[in-house]
Design a protein around this ligand. Structure first.
Ligand code: NDP
Length: 324
């Protein structure tokens, strides 16, 4: 038996049930992990509420974790018992122990702790593909990052700054503005009291930004489009304020022949090669000190419901982990 957090039906944080489950032995191509730290991500909220439904119910939610291999299934050659590993985008993370496909796990360098890994695999690999692949940020670009003091946000600010971009970021409070600024966001905007699109025009001398990274969704989409320079790239990659309404392609013409994409990390790490290259580039920027992973909240796994309440109430900053 192992402790896990499951949902039996979609709903509020009260639907997160801390209970015993059976994990069993790994099958062909799989390993069993004893997890030491689990990452909390906004995507977990979408799973809990049913926006991104689980494959079956009842189910263990959560997409990210780190731990130690404690059993190896038939045919696995890349991992052995005792290896320290981490992963992202594998549903079923909120548990003391779990089964995982061996080819989706990344062996951790000694200098990256389990807590750091659980805090950064999903948010950090997301920052990697957004900044390096979806739109390849160039020195001198002005860019807009929403929720700049959040988990993905703080990593994006530091990484983009190191690439030579001028980072404009939106945040929900003055405290978050100070935090974002300390992490490379040169121009934080408190979007709960200022019109961010107007401020972006002011900051860029009327030009607009080359790219907007928007995971706030419904409440910011329009302002994000209005913040772009001609031929700019609108990257809508999440729904913290709700899913974006359907949009007419004419909006892109009016904005100046804009590009629109709705990416997901799953696509960018679908192949084993892409997973390893993405994780490798993330490890490089963390090991060199270019990007610091800020674990600003820790909760016991048994208190996951409180962690969800705080995340949804916009009380958290940086990354959050659950400790089994
Ligand atoms: P965050 O730590 O960024 O938390 C979400 C933040 O969104 C809040 O702290 C808050 O910051 C802001 N926010 C704005 N409006 C609302 C609202 N109405 N309700 C709640 N929060 C709001 O979370 P993560 O770093 O885990 O994820 C950030 C976003 O990136 C999420 O939308 C997530 O789904 C998306 N994502 C997408 C991926 C992809 O590949 N497509 C992969 C990973 C994450 P503030 O108070 O400053 O406004």
């Amino acid at each position: 038996m192992t402790k896990a957090v499951r949902i039996h039906e979609a709903g509020g944080p009260e639907n997160l049930v801390y209970e015993d489950i059976t994990v069993g032995d790994p099958g062909a191509g799989e390993v069993r992990l004893r997890q030491t730290a689990i990452g909390l991500n906004y995507i977990d909220v979408y799973q809990r509420t049913g926006l991104y439904p689980l494959p079956s119910m009842p189910g263990v939610i959560g997409m990210e974790g780190a731990g130690v291999v404690d059993a190896v299934g038939p045919g696995v050659t890349n991992l052995k018992e005792g290896d320290r590993v981490a992963y992202a985008m594998l549903v079923g993370a909120y548990a003391e122990s779990r089964i995982a496909p061996a080819d989706r796990l990344v062996v951790l360098p000694d200098a990256i702790s389990d807590e750091q890994a659980a805090a950064m695999m999903l948010q950090g690999m997301t920052a990697q593909y957004l900044l390096r692949r979806t739109y390849r940020v160039q020195k001198g670009d002005a860019i807009l990052v929403h929720a700049a003091a959040g988990g993905v946000g703080l990593i994006m600010c530091q990484w983009a700054r190191s690439l030579g971009a001028t980072v404009i970021g939106t945040v929900g409070s003055d405290e978050k503005a100070a935090l974002a600024k300390a992490h490379g966001c040169e121009h934080p905007i408190v979007y709960t009291r200022e019109n961010f699109a107007d401020r972006v025009r002011e900051i860029t001398g009327g030009k607009g930004v080359a790219v907007v990274y928007d995971a706030v969704g419904k409440s910011t989409f329009e302002g994000s489009i209005a913040s772009l320079q001609p031929l700019g790239m609108m990257v809508t990659y999440g729904n913290a304020s709700g899913p974006v309404d359907p949009v007419s392609p004419m909006v892109l013409a009016k904005g100046g022949s804009l590009y629109l994409t709705r990416p997901t990390l799953a696509t960018y790490i679908a192949s084993h090669e892409d997973l390893m290259a993405t994780a490798g580039e993330l490890f490089d920027v963390v090991l060199s000190g270019t990007v610091k992973i800020e674990v600003n909240q820790r909760y016991p796994l048994a208190e996951t419901a409180q962690a969800h309440r705080d995340l949804e109430a916009r009380k958290t900053t940086g990354s959050t982990i659950l400790i089994p």
